[in-house]
Ligand binder design. Sequence first.
Ligand SMILES: Nc1ncnc2c1ncn2[C@@H]1O[C@H](COP(=O)(O)OP(=O)(O)OP(=O)(O)O)[C@@H](O)[C@H]1O
Ligand SMILES: [Mg+2]
Length: 419
Amino acid sequence: MDDIPSAMYDKSDERQCLIYRGINPSVMRLIINTGKGGVGKTSVSVATAKRCADMGYRTIVMSTDSAHSIADSMDLELNGEITNVMPNLDALEIDIITEMNRRWDDIRRYISDLMMSQGIGGMTAEEMAIFPGMEMIAALMYIIDFDKNDRYDVVVMDTAPTAETLRLLSFPDISNWYADKMFGLLKKLMSIARMTIGKFMDMPLPTKGVMQTIELIKDQMNEAKRILEDPKKTTVRLVVNPEKMVINETKRAYSYLCLYNKNVECLIVNRVYPKGIQGEYFENKYREQEKYMELIHQVFDPMKMMFSEQMPSELVGWDMLDKLADNIYGDTDPTTVFSDRSPMSFELIDDIYKITMDLPFTDKSQVELFRTKDDSIIVHVGSQKRNVALPDSMRHSTMIGAELKDEKLILTFKKEEFL
Ligand SMILES: Nc1ncnc2c1ncn2[C@@H]1O[C@H](COP(=O)(O)OP(=O)(O)OP(=O)(O)O)[C@@H](O)[C@H]1O
Ligand SMILES: [Mg+2]
């Protein structure tokens, strides 16, 4: 997909940039930068966002990392609200307590009442905020809102190190499963209570508002999944350094991201020592990196790669971030979709249904498959798992094949014949 035209960096004609972009300008572009701790995700995210804003795109850089540092990188202060930091550029560090109070106070109050009824004591927003996944749901809700209301052309997301990002990206699947179970349970509770003329143990019943909020979360997670799995809209970029451990973690992250059907379209190799660098320490570093650069190519070719050099000082403030953006992108538009292929595809030919999933760097021994009662397939790869729902037409089908070949997992199903 390298032939998609990329815009030149031309501030004088902002509309032109949008037209050259090679994708419909009304499509919001979500760029998620992820990678191992300390590789440069925050610096790359803020530099990317600034470059997009300079090019005329309405841009926001947001952070889902609870140890926020986009404000530090820009050398500014942020307060959990969307803040305009320069023309065309907003920034947001998600503050989960603010989000709890704003979005889910009815659920918190219900859980708190439920706990009080059982003599456990209430729950504050601060206590509820420690539930895993709250930041992720909030981040996903912002994204849905930005997409629906056409608020930004580009959303750049700075994330916590890899494991956390994987959780974010798998969240719509997992949270839907929870919401389904919780919703079913509460509905049952309400109907029993109705039958017993409103009196059912000493438990408070969920209010209409609580039920509506849960239903809304469910709908929104489906919407989030649609956005995150649209390869023209959402791009995951892996930030990597030429170091052995970083490369290994990046390989794992890549296969898990494929498992979650996310379009990993680009590798940003950061902190590369430049050729001809003077001094014994740096010359040694350069030589050491050379072999890891080779390894990066062996492992990730033909994926699009961009490179940025090891800078002589810390990347804080706009000037340094501009230098980093120059280094990474040169004249290339950071919003270019370098590849728009989904790692997962579905095919129905007559009564045979085939699911093909890219699973790079994965060995047979790492893959386990389970079929659930509600007819979805759970694919375990290493420490990660994905719930793949079968379409309604393939419910009650028989799995007739599962093979891992050429880094692809191919599952085939046959419709059951009812005589
Ligand atoms: N190309 C570079 N040249 C010099 N310093 C760099 C470069 N890239 C990043 N840094 C510095 O490395 C440190 C870590 O960078 P950054 O905070 O962007 O990484 P991160 O991946 O977001 O880290 P974390 O996982 O902790 O969130 C910062 O001090 C940053 O200024
Ligand atoms: Mg960071």
